[in-house]
Write a protein that binds this ligand. Structure first.
Ligand SMILES: Cc1ncc(COP(=O)(O)O)c(C=O)c1O
Length: 372
């Protein structure tokens, strides 16, 4: 059965309120945490770029596929992250694979968090090297696994999400760096799709939140498609490093880059994210308020600075019923029957945005209280 039934189709842009299947809902879902995606600045930028450049260059970047909006988006990304350069990829999914394609060696052995995102798993598989899974967020499990499996002459490569997509926990990157300090040239590859734009005083993500500083072997991939309000994967760093990645990448050589209107809108989104830091403050306040409110209902909700909160009931039918009961009250909270990091029945994935108001959070909590 197709999941794309009319009851699941958004008829409006995503945000705190949406229209689905002809009905208006208060919406607590998705990943546009700063609620930038639907802003008029993006619409104007995309419209102008579409008229000037058409949809896309119909060739890869190696074959004259660069467009001014694409370079503008990359310049904005570099400015947001305070780096010399950035690369806007056709999707965030590709980031870990691009990093590993450039860095991995025939002597690598890969270690992934048990709950690592699909994108990291696929990237790891593409290397063709052995993969092991350590206990979720357990540096000691990682240490022991490396100790018991790494052969002489091999190099450990650790892969983890920065912020885990559904349960919102943060990887202990400092502890992993400590484990890897004993291995020459080890790599720590972080998929920070959900940390970018959310964590850290500048919104630079998990490494900034953890005050990790420059670490040898630390490689971070992220996305503009979630909190930052644009579209496309993001790699950032020194100009020479980004150029080196592009020079060796099959994606750079063989894939059409993000379309010009998308790139133009992404440049506008990144500018908003940089010039309106108050959005991050409002998001942080809403995260704290919702987590407090849920604990007030007796739910075991962790005190984390991340906007996604899973609601897990004993079985899928119970979660589908809760999803529908909330919908009956005009509140839309997506039920994910499966995702990396979730148990066999999935979870309702609550996400709060910077632009939810206290009254809206109150309505969600009241509806949950009625139906839990
Ligand atoms: C942890 C993680 N990595 C990568 C991706 C893929 O990013 P994008 O949607 O930009 O392709 C996602 C998207 O859900 C994600 O949650």
């Amino acid at each position: 059965m197709s999941l794309s039934t009319p009851a699941r189709l958004f008829e409006t842009a995503t945000g705190p309120e949406v229209s689905v299947g002809g009905r208006h809902y208060l919406h607590f879902g998705g990943t546009g945490y700063l609620d930038i995606q639907r802003r008029s600045e993006l619409v104007a930028a995309a419209d102008q770029a579409l008229r000037q450049y058409g949809l896309h260059p119909a060739t890869s970047r190696l074959g004259f596929g660069d467009s001014p909006p694409l370079l503008a988006a990359e310049a904005e990304a570099a400015q947001f992250f305070g780096t010399e350069a950035a690369w806007l990829l056709p999707s965030g999914w590709l980031g870990p694979a691009v990093l590993l394609e450039a860095q991995h060696r025939p002597t690598d052995r890969l270690y992934l968090d048990h709950d690592a995102h699909f994108a990291l798993r696929d990237a790891a598989r593409l290397t063709g090297r052995p993969c092991h899974y350590f206990a979720h967020r357990e540096a000691e499990s990682l240490r022991e696994l490396i100790r018991s499996t790494l052969a002489p002459g091999e190099r450990p490569v650790v892969l983890t999400d920065g912020v885990f997509a559904v349960h919102g926990r943060i990887a202990p990157l400092r502890a992993y760096a400590g484990v890897l300090a004993g291995y020459a040239e080890a790599l720590l590859v972080v998929d920070d799709a959900h940390g970018f734009g959310v964590l850290g005083s500048q919104g630079h993500g998990t490494a900034e939140h953890l005050a990790l500083g420059a670490q040898p072997g630390l490689l971070v991939a992220g996305t503009a498609s979630k909190a930052l309000g644009g579209y496309g994967g993001l790699l950032t760093g020194p100009a020479g490093e980004i150029a080196r990645l592009q020079a060796g990448s099959s994606v750079f050589a063989g894939s059409t880059p993000p379309p010009a209107p998308v790139a133009a809108a992404t440049a506008a989104a990144l500018r908003i994210a940089r010039l309106e830091p108050g959005l991050r403050t409002r998001l942080a306040d809403n995260i704290a308020a919702l987590r407090r409110g849920l604990r007030g209902l007796g739910l075991a909700v962790e005190d984390l600075p991340t906007p996604m909160i899973p609601l897990v009931l004993p079985d899928g039918a119970a979660m589908q019923r809760l999803h529908e009961a909330l919908r009956g009250d005009g509140v839309l909270v997506p039920y994910l029957p499966r995702y990396t990091g979730l148990g066999p029945h999935g979870a309702l994935r609550l996400a709060v945005l910077a632009t939810h108001g206290p009254e809206q959070i109150g309505r969600l909590l009241a509806s949950l209280q009625r139906h839990l």
